[in-house]
Design a protein around this ligand. Structure first.
Ligand code: SF4
Ligand code: SF4
Length: 236
């Protein structure tokens, strides 16, 4: 996002609308810190500017990537999904992607107020790739990877900041404790926050998946019953 200096009257209305604190003000004009702006579009959509001084120029790579991950009205071209560009498997797992014995893991990096750079996204992806995980193909972070087995991202993308990005993958249940332990080791290197989603089918005996395992994160049990909405294609 940019400010047209010829239109800005330095009223300061836009300052509090920015979830990344990317807008600053002098006596003459507002300015957007391009390193902190994630192109979420909140300032524009709120119509907070009385003079129309805020505007979004044409975005080219890699800045357009920030918009795809941060603006809920932008649709990610790799997945055709708006917002963060993925139908997270934690809430939409009706496709049978994870048969018995497999876990779905999503690591959601960044939040309004802090965001995340792809440097941190790659740190997490590379650490998870050490376990030979299968990154979710319908996920825009996966689509950006230059090596999907190693979890690496393009160098010119790494400094780009986005509101939030999700690393998603599937892994055998027995690998989950070691994978989460590795995530625990990496978390101290991250300059952002993340939330961790862990999903699996409830076994036929009704026992809770993951209960009784030694995990480095506390479990918060949430159940979801697939009642046939969506397009269930369960595999046996
Ligand atoms: S696009 Fe978003 S991050 Fe950028 S200045 Fe506007 S509100 Fe702030
Ligand atoms: S709301 Fe518009 S006119 Fe007021 S400081 Fe922000 S950009 Fe300038």
């Amino acid at each position: 996002m940019l400010v047209d200096e010829t239109k800005c009257v330095a009223c300061g209305n836009c300052i509090d609308y920015c979830p990344m604190n990317a807008i600053s003000l002098t006596a003459e004009c507002a300015a957007v810190d391009q390193a902190e702006c994630v192109e979420c579009g909140v300032c524009l959509r709120s119509e907070c500017c009385p003079t129309g001084a805020l505007y979004r120029p044409e975005l080219n790579y890699p800045r357009d990537i920030a918009c795809f991950f941060s603006d809920p009205e932008a649709t990610h071209p790799s997945t055709d999904v708006p917002g963060r560009g993925t139908e997270e498997m934690k809430t939409n797992e009706v496709t049978g992607r994870f048969p018995p014995g497999m876990a779905a893991i999503a690591i959601e990096l960044g939040r309004p107020g802090i965001g995340t750079r792809f440097t941190d996204v790659e740190k997490v992806a590379r650490a998870m790739a050490e376990f030979g995980v299968e990154f979710e193909p319908q996920n825009p972070v996966t689509a950006l990877m230059i090596d999907k087995r190693a979890g690496t991202l393009p160098d010119d993308l790494k400094p780009v900041k986005v509101l939030s990005a999700i690393v998603e993958f599937g892994a055998p249940l027995e690998k989950v404790p070691a994978i989460l332990q590795r995530l625990k080791e990496v978390e101290g290197e991250l300059e952002t926050v993340f939330s961790l989603d862990l999903a699996a089918r409830v076994p036929e005996d009704g026992s809770l998946p993951f209960a009784g395992l030694e995990l480095p994160y506390p479990l918060s049990i949430n159940g979801k019953t697939n009642v046939g909405l969506g397009k269930p294609r369960f595999r046996e």
